[in-house]
Design a binder for this molecule. Structure first.
Ligand code: MN
Length: 230
């Protein structure tokens, strides 16, 4: 009798129960496996986005890229290279240089390394339809004194606590990317925060300041029209 009732209670909230029990994915996957979701979401006959996995990429330094993406809602995409793919987050409001401001960063599917040079327009009606601008690019490293940077990065990611140093054209210095505890493991939400250093700046709105592509100098309108910069 008692046993039967216990079962009934857990079945009333099956989603809540499984979500809390399920650990965050920390197992290492090959880039091919990691890109399965990315590829499923897209029709490469229609979008010019890269399929990925076409080149073997060996970097001494890890790449980071930020793309401005005018999809249904304008947002910024933060991508960090790790283990052969770009770990990716959609940041609705973009980044802030003010350490007092926490920006929501919603983790999305891993993207291919080749995405780092993608700028253009995804056709309307396709997944992520809208214009994509390369907003910043460069390298990053894990902010630690430990000798094995990459292992620290993997561990930090598993723990949901990343301290990153960006060496970009527009963004530099130390940042924190922290996973929120109470979130769906399938759609993890993180907070992106500028850490206090000489690059912290509570006066400058970096999103407002840079309105053109970091590589081609084009505005969103020029990219959408497939035109060179004015
Ligand atoms: Mn996006």
């Amino acid at each position: 009798m008692l046993k039967k009732q216990t079962t009934k209670i857990s079945l009333q909230n099956p989603q809540r129960f499984t979500k809390q029990q399920k650990p965050h994915k920390t197992t290492k996957r090959s880039p091919r496996q990691a890109l399965t979701t990315y590829r499923k979401k897209r029709d490469f006959a229609k979008t010019a986005e890269p399929i990925g996995g076409t080149e073997v990429v060996i970097h001494n330094e890890l790449a980071f890229v930020i793309q401005k993406h005018a999809a249904g809602h304008l947002h910024f995409d933060l991508r960090l290279e790790r283990d052969g793919v770009m770990k990716s987050w959609a940041v609705p409001k973009g980044l802030s240089l003010d350490p007092a401001i926490k920006r929501l960063a919603m983790q999305v599917e891993d993207h291919p390394i080749e995405y780092n040079t993608f700028e253009g327009t995804i056709p309307a009606g396709e997944y992520g339809g809208g214009t994509v601008m390369l907003w910043d690019q460069g390298t990053y490293h894990y902010d630690s004194d430990r000798p094995d940077d990459l292992e620290s990065l993997r561990q930090g990611y598993a723990k949901g606590d990343l301290k990153l140093v960006f060496a970009g054209k527009r963004l530099q210095g130390s940042w924190a990317l922290v996973r929120m505890r109470r979130c769906d493991p399938e759609r993890p939400q993180w907070l992106l925060i500028k850490r206090r250093d000489e690059f912290a700046d509570s006066q400058t709105d970096i999103v407002e300041k840079y309105q053109t592509s970091v590589t081609t100098g084009r505005t969103m309108e020029e990219i959408a029209a497939d035109q060179p910069p004015a």
